[in-house]
Ligand binder design. Structure first.
Ligand code: ADP
Ligand code: MG
Length: 298
């Protein structure tokens, strides 16, 4: 392709909300034959909502949610925001509830959060967070988790003073058209893979809803990048699509990193292409544009 063609290509991309950072990014995209998708905020809408609560101890929901919100209000994670938002429902008399102070707040990447609230130790997160704190997961909590994951929702465990007190079910539906995008990619001979920090149960359910067979769950940020490198060494030209801080190592490792425009600044900086409208269809727009620019018959 001539420099002019590349300029035209990036220009057309920009006019459609596909920001291509330079000719190299545009060129690499036409060779892509495998795409690694992040789940949360990439395949899913990324605006999770609490849809169910189950308590295993005799406790008033309002008091329970006060402790949980006081802990989660210190976290930037989308799940934390969903939980705090939901907790407000039990404090409707206040416009902006003031949560009790949390001491010794700690955020454990890919696992959850903990803090001391009203002299009680609150731990909120996934199974592995509980295991790391030697907290047993009772059978009824495990059952609730299984049901939740079956429905493609995420189950969050809440421990108060080292006892699992409740489970929250959080729903984050697929983006509209996600399934179609995956099947169009298939027809374009592009293989799709999903990697997520979320648990295996939820990941597999989302995978089958969207039509992605290869799923990797409970991954740490470095493992997402390792997966990209592994695919590259088995001969694939790999694009990574993600929105989070935890996706940035993989976005850098990929032949083409694509960031969701609504994602974090760090992901946007790490990417070669930014999908400004945050639409998944624009993954196809980018590849199409690159194919048109670089596979023209000369
Ligand atoms: P993803 O790759 O889906 O964006 P993360 O790596 O950010 O996921 O988180 C993985 C898992 O860790 C979440 O699914 C959740 O179970 C748990 N987790 C992370 N942060 C929090 C939080 N602030 N509150 C509760 N759970 C959390
Ligand atoms: Mg994400």
């Amino acid at each position: 392709a001539t420099p002019t063609a590349v300029m035209v290509g990036t220009g057309v991309g920009a006019s459609q909300g596909v920001l291509i950072k330079g000719g190299q990014a545009l060129e690499s995209a036409h060779k892509v034959n495998c795409i690694v998708f992040d789940k949360t905020g990439t395949l899913t809408v990324g605006k999770p909502v609490v849809v169910n609560t189950k308590l295993f101890k005799n406790m008033v929901l309002r008091d329970f949610y006060e402790l949980v919100a006081a802990t989660e209000v210190n976290s930037e994670h989308p799940l934390a925001k969903a939980i705090v938002e939901y907790a407000k429902k039990f404090r409707e008399e206040e416009e902006n509830p003031v949560w009790p102070e949390a001491q010794d707040f700690v955020s454990i990447t890919g696992q959850g959060v903990k803090a001391i609230v009203r002299n009680r130790e609150i731990i909120v997160g996934n199974r592995s967070l509980m295991l790391d704190h030697n907290i047993a997961i009772p059978v009824d909590a495990e059952e609730m988790l299984a049901e939740t994951e079956e429905m493609a929702q995420t189950g969050i465990l809440i421990s108060i003073d080292r006892e699992v007190t409740g489970v929250l079910a959080i729903s984050d539906p697929l983006k509209p058209g996600a399934h179609e995008v995956i099947s169009i990619l298939k027809s374009m001979k592009v293989r799709s893979i999903m990697v997520t920090g979320d648990n295996w149960g939820t990941a597999n359910s989302i995978g089958s809803e969207v039509g992605i067979e290869t799923v990797m769950a409970e991954t740490k940020p470095e493992q997402k990048a390792e997966k990209v490198k592994e695919l590259q060494s088995s001969g694939y030209v790999v694009a990574m699509v993600g929105d989070g801080i935890n996706d940035s190592p993989a976005l850098v490792a990929a032949d083409v990193g694509m960031a969701i425009g609504a994602g974090t600044d760090i992901a946007i900086e790490a990417a070669d292409i930014v999908l400004m409208k945050s639409n998944l269809e624009d993954v196809i727009t980018a590849i199409d544009l690159s194919r048109k620019t670089f596979t023209r018959i000369r």
